[in-house]
Design a protein around this ligand. Structure first.
Ligand SMILES: Nc1nc2c(c(=O)[nH]1)N[C@H]1C(S)=C(S)[C@@H](COP(=O)(O)OP(=O)(O)OC[C@H]3O[C@@H](n4cnc5c(=O)[nH]c(N)nc54)[C@H](O)[C@@H]3O)O[C@H]1N2
Ligand SMILES: Nc1nc2c(c(=O)[nH]1)N[C@H]1C(S)=C(S)[C@@H](COP(=O)(O)OP(=O)(O)OC[C@H]3O[C@@H](n4cnc5c(=O)[nH]c(N)nc54)[C@H](O)[C@@H]3O)O[C@H]1N2
Ligand code: SF4
Ligand SMILES: [Mo]
Length: 663
């Protein structure tokens, strides 16, 4: 019998077919044509590994070893700590890899019943800048492009996105569209595998994207490419922006980008010559101390030219994790309440009535990037590894050690956070549970249970439900299965009707995915007060740490194709066909020469905060004075700086000054 399900790794959300013993790509959905990348193919292997966490574990102090516990004892201990703590000192740290039902129950428990808005997610380190920019520009967190649009487009501009490694199956479709005539521009300090298929690669200097897009915007205005009718009907602040651009220091800006005038003209020729344009971006824009402004500078281009809400056009924020988008819909960020509502009186009233509670606080909660610093008494971490992924790890570790009760809910036992937890609860991973996820183009699909749940493991939503019940909220947390949760969430979406998720049919979602928000796109609607999109004048304020004589290189960090972040699911003995090493450091030949380094040399990379070891990979695919180390080096964040974007609170991961020494 064939069961249809969906891959649980990246935001592409490839359909999978399971025929009793093996996985193959689903030919129908969404655009994978029966193909999966190495991660999708290995899903089944990852649930059979010896490093699964299979029992609740507990210890009094983190210096001690863990002892096997029971669910009853562990839940009772957590509940007692929550009851004793002031609610603002309880934190729930979630993940864009949770299913919508998990997210919904955790959010309902935290914001609705514990009464703390300190419910945030690792998506804070990922797409928070895009969320904030969408809301500022469109009045709503909405992605107006679908993946299949690339086949209706003439030009795809990929900015700080390495689809060849991070969104593999989508990338294969980009390659296919290219064969049908799509032109591609890649803007990235590295000549990535993605850049290798581009018609034009602009090796931009790290952190200068705002300068670049401002130059493009001002050129659009100067050469009369503005869509005046669209601006008149649908856009605010045009005159303001136009006046501001009269005074920008263009030569200085171009110099900051490191792009030559000739390269810029090459870009401009393609931009001008093509009618339908999509620009897609990921961490190269979001993970920056100016992440929101980088997003806004790019969105400006589409608003000025009216290249949005038309097939084959628009700004396309590519979501990284499989359900980061679903988390946004539910309200899994501490800066949102639920179903795209904020913390205004009216929203709180509606949500309170819906949940039957009077406990909702009216202030935004702590973001994931603030939680460690907040003297929390209880921190519940689910489906993510903050010790590994937050910037400035020495500081994260120091602060986490001070939290009296750290609970980790994980399906695997070897996370970095597990060294700092007091209680570990075993979750049922992909394949052992069921539930929905929304991919990067608003498509909702359903993961299916393919095998029995390991004896002592529970789906993440069940664990939050147990906590809710033990806290005394039996009526609000009485779900029998994910379907009931999804249907309650659907009913809640009716409070904010643009989230037309209520039209989906849970039972069918694994074979017939549902795309929400298509009406918004068809009607070309913005959700600001006057229903027009906002242009924003933004400038490169050079907010990142500067290189110095002691730390002359800028460190970039990112993905490789076969590894998933910390590698609990992908760095396994049975999947040894990695195309790249787990730990390497790309360095330009000229820099290597100056340091006397040879390929393969063991090196130490040192920042103002810490040091890690790596191996030199000498390559001219990276800009001079720039280094790249993959996230599969679990120690990477001992180096990274902890500056945040002041609006999205997203870290500046791609901008850490470092030094190299040969070991
Ligand atoms: N194989 C694999 N795939 C994944 C993941 C994984 O762990 N492994 N993770 C998923 C997740 S959660 C995410 S968020 C996505 C991330 O997807 P991507 O963002 O595409 O992945 P990164 O490798 O972080 O690539 C970011 C690119 O930005 C470039 N860059 C850095 N700084 C700048 C800058 O200032 N300007 C510009 N223009 N470019 C810059 C880097 O050189 C790099 O090539 O991937 C998802 N897919
Ligand atoms: N330097 C640097 N740091 C970064 C980034 C970067 O580009 N550079 N990127 C940032 C981004 S975009 C992201 S998204 C984060 C990712 O960072 P993390 O979210 O910390 O990375 P993962 O390794 O994916 O962690 C997922 C955890 O969930 C566990 N898990 C797997 N299945 C289940 C399940 O079903 N239930 C439960 N409860 N647990 C499960 C896994 O074992 C693993 O420990 O890293 C951020 N940090
Ligand atoms: S591209 Fe993403 S969703 Fe598709 S198989 Fe690979 S990891 Fe899974
Ligand atoms: Mo991410």
């Amino acid at each position: 019998m064939v069961i249809k399900s969906v891959c649980g790794y990246c935001g592409v959300g490839c359909g999978i077919e399971f025929d009793t013993h093996r996985l193959i790509g689903d030919v129908a959905y969404p655009i994978n044509e029966g193909k999966l990348c190495s991660k999708g193919v290995s899903e089944l292997i990852s649930i059979q590994t010896a490093s699964r966490l299979l029992r609740p574990l507990m210890r009094e102090r983190i210096e001690e070893g863990y002892e096997v516990s029971t669910w009853d004892k562990s839940i009772a201990k957590i509940v007692s700590a929550i009851q004793k703590a002031p609610k603002e000192r309880v934190g729930i740290y979630l993940s864009g890899q949770l299913l919508t039902e998990d997210y919904y129950v955790a959010n309902k428990l935290g914001k609705g019943f514990i009464g703390t808005n300190n419910v945030d997610t690792n998506s804070r380190t990922c797409m928070a800048s895009a969320v904030t920019a969408h809301i500022k520009a469109f009045g709503i967190d909405y992605v107006p492009v679908r993946m299949k649009d690339i086949f209706k487009s003439d030009l795809l501009i990929l900015v700080g996105a390495n689809t060849a490694e991070a969104h593999v199956v989508f990338h294969n479709q980009i390659v296919k569209a290219k064969k049908q005539g799509l032109k591609i521009i890649v803007i990235d300090p590295r000549l990535t595998d993605t850049a290798k298929i581009a018609d034009v690669h602009l090796p931009i200097k790290v952190g200068s994207d705002i300068d670049f897009f401002n130059l493009v915007a001002s050129r659009i205005i100067d050469e009369g490419l503005v869509d005046e009718a669209f601006i008149e009907k649908s856009v605010n602040n045009f005159t303001l922006l136009k006046n501001k651009f009269k005074r920008i220091p263009k030569t200085k800006m171009l110099k900051r980008t490191g792009i030559t005038q000739e390269q810029f003209e090459e870009f401009w020729e393609l931009f001008k010559a093509n009618e339908n344009i999509i620009s897609a971006w990921t961490m190269g824009l979001n993970q920056s101390s100016q992440g929101v402004d980088k997003n806004l500078a790019l969105i400006n281009i589409h608003l000025l030219t009216g290249k949005i809400f038309k097939e084959g056009n628009g700004p396309f924020s590519l979501t990284g994790q499989p359900n980061a988008m679903g988390g946004r819909e539910v309200g899994g960020l501490s800066t949102m309440l639920a179903v795209h509502f904020g913390f205004d009186k009216d929203s709180i009233k509606k949500v309170s009535e819906f949940w039957g509670t009077d406990k909702i606080d009216n202030k935004a909660g702590l973001t994931a990037t603030e939680m460690m610093k907040a003297n929390l008494e209880v921190l519940i971490i689910c489906h993510t590894d903050p010790v590994y992924h937050l910037p400035n790890r020495h500081e994260t570790e120091r602060l986490m050690k001070k939290i009296p009760l750290v609970v980790e809910i994980n399906a695997y036992e070897n996370s970095e956070t597990s060294n700092f937890a007091h209680i570990k609860l075993p979750a049922a991973p992909w394949g052992e549970k069921e539930g929905t996820q929304t991919n990067m183009d608003r498509t909702i699909t359903k993961q299916m249970k393919l095998t029995r749940t390991s004896i002592d493991c529970k789906a993440d939503w069940e664990i939050f439900q147990l906590l809710g019940q033990a806290l005394g909220y039996r009526e609000a947390f009485n779900f029998k299965n994910p379907q009931e949760i999804f249907e309650e969430f659907q009913a809640m979406c009716r409070l904010n009707p643009h989230l037309d998720i209520y039209n989906a049919n849970y039972k069918e979602l694994n074979s017939e995915p549902f795309v929400w928000g298509e009406k918004i796109r068809q009607e070309g609607k913005f959700f600001t007060k006057n229903q027009k999109a906002n242009l924003h004048f933004v400038e490169n304020r050079l907010m990142s740490e500067k290189i110095s004589l002691t730390h002359p290189f800028i460190l970039l960090t990112g993905r490789t194709r076969d590894q998933w972040h910390s590698g609990t699911k992908t760095n396994l003995p049975k999947t040894l066909l990695y195309h790249k090493k787990l730990n390497f450091c790309e360095i330009h030949p000229n820099d290597a020469k100056a340091l006397g380094l040879r390929n393969g040399d063991a090196i130490k990379i040192i920042s103002a905060r810490g040091a890690i070891e790596s191996e030199a990979l000498i390559t001219d695919t990276i800009r001079e004075k720039t280094l790249f180390v993959p996230l599969s080096n679990r120690e990477i964040n001992y180096l990274t700086n902890d500056l945040l974007d002041s609006e999205s609170m997203e870290p500046d991961y791609n901008h850490t000054p470092v030094q190299i020494e040969r070991l």
